[in-house]
Design a protein around this ligand. Structure first.
Ligand SMILES: [Zn+2]
Length: 158
């Protein structure tokens, strides 16, 4: 057996995890180089065993756990916001669809109500807009824009 063959298992021999076998033992007994390598590996192993694990700074565990909680909370909040936005958008679409359908079917009551609303709006704003659907779409877009703005604001406050 040559020294190169013994080298890969020399650490295992030093910490007792490898069985050298008769051939390696015979080589070790007669080789000064491998004996020296073995004692060096044993010394390193003993040093590592005796070495104390460095203690983490005070509050390290609490800090890490608080950070993990914060990250999880942020992720959940982002998911909640997305879900609420999706629900709000869905409700808006349903409402807009219903209004549009009623409008296109020419339901008199809704037309009358919209006319009343338009007159009230005209009195308040001083402008008359005959296309109620345009106003509806504009309102929808405004609501969605405000929703997006609110969402972006909430997102950037993290
Ligand atoms: Zn040797």
């Amino acid at each position: 057996m040559r020294c190169e063959e013994l080298e890969p298992i020399i650490e295992g021999l030093a910490d007792g995890t490898a069985d050298p076998g008769a051939e390696a033992r015979a080589h070790l007994a007669g080789c000064a180089l491998c004996t020296r390598r073995g004692s060096q590996a044993r010394a390193i192993h003993e040093l590592l065993v005796r070495r104390e694990a460095p203690a983490p700074p005070p509050g390290f565990t609490a800090g890490v756990m608080a950070r993990v909680q914060r990250q999880r909370w942020r992720a959940e909040r982002a998911v909640d916001l997305g879900f609420n936005l999706a629900v709000a958008a869905g409700v808006l679409l349903i409402v807009a669809g219903g209004v549009g359908l009623a409008w296109s079917l020419g339901l008199l009551r809704i037309q009358a109500n919209l006319a009343v609303l338009l007159e009230a709006g005209a009195r308040l704003g001083g402008r008359v807009a005959p296309q109620a659907q345009t106003i509806g779409v504009a309102g929808l877009l405004l609501t969605m824009a405000l929703g997006l703005w609110w969402w972006a604001e909430a997102d950037s406050s993290f």
